[in-house]
Design a protein around this ligand. Structure first.
Ligand SMILES: Nc1ncnc2c1ncn2[C@@H]1O[C@H](COP(=O)(O)OP(=O)(O)O)[C@@H](O)[C@H]1O
Ligand SMILES: [Mg+2]
Length: 206
């Protein structure tokens, strides 16, 4: 269970997020919609522990928040350009989870297989299509065994056929009990996959 209560954030005295509250059961999907500049990415970054909140609470299973349980797939994927697909996925499990090389490689290969990316492990990000990079970014996030996975506009750079693939992948991850938060502009997609929808509105000063 993920609970967010009365979250607020300002940048340089300008309020970006205010009174953001929701709660999600394990395996639920929350889609986050709203116009550009509304604070969607900021909200995701706070939940992922990449940005400080000003006030409010984030609880996972009723406990004080642990950002190690939250993975993120960034809009531009943020793969390490100088590392192979396999190395991109195994780096954090080796450094942070102290996995051995063999263990990390085995788990990475099984994730790549699950995401239909086996055979690409020796390639570098520049050799992959957008959809393939996204799968690697998802595999890299899943390798850290998150309880919650956040995506920033996962369908925005993809053509319609690939959007369907992403949708299928998200639904199959839901079946494993993963809780997912998805920022999207794609309302049809949002309505298909969502258990809950959060509308983030730009705050007017004054
Ligand atoms: N690190 C930052 N410092 C200052 N302002 C920021 C920072 N990050 C985002 N903002 C501002 O916060 C607002 C919300 O940004 P963002 O969360 O990226 O919106 P969205 O993802 O909904 O388009 C924007 O006005 C943006 O310029
Ligand atoms: Mg954004």
């Amino acid at each position: 269970m993920l609970e967010v209560k009365n979250l607020a954030k300002a940048y340089n005295g300008r309020q970006i997020l205010k009174d953001i509250s929701f709660s999600l059961k394990d395996g639920d999907i929350l889609t986050i919609v709203g116009p550009s500049g509304a604070g969607k990415t900021t909200l995701l970054r706070i939940i992922a522990g990449l940005e400080e909140k000003d006030s409010g609470q984030i609880l996972i299973d009723g406990q004080a928040y642990d950002s190690g349980k939250v993975g993120v797939v960034f809009q531009d994927y943020n793969l390490f350009p100088n590392l192979s697909v396999l190395e991109n996925i195994t780096l954090a499990p080796r450094l942070v989870l102290k996995k051995t090389l063999n263990e990390a490689n085995e788990e990475a290969m099984s994730l790549l297989k699950k995401l239909q990316m086996d055979g690409h492990e020796k390639q570098y990000p520049f050799q992959l299509s957008g959809g393939q990079k996204q799968r690697v970014a998802i595999a890299r996030a899943l390798a850290m065994k998150p309880k919650i996975l956040c995506y920033d506009e996962p369908t925005s750079a993809l053509d319609p056929a690939l959007r369907q693939e992403v949708e299928k992948m998200i639904v199959s991850l839901k079946e494993t009990g993963l809780t997912q938060l998805i920022i999207t502009h794609d309302l049809a997609f949002a309505e298909h996959v969502a258990d809950q929808m959060l509308k983030v509105k730009p705050l007017v000063e004054g």
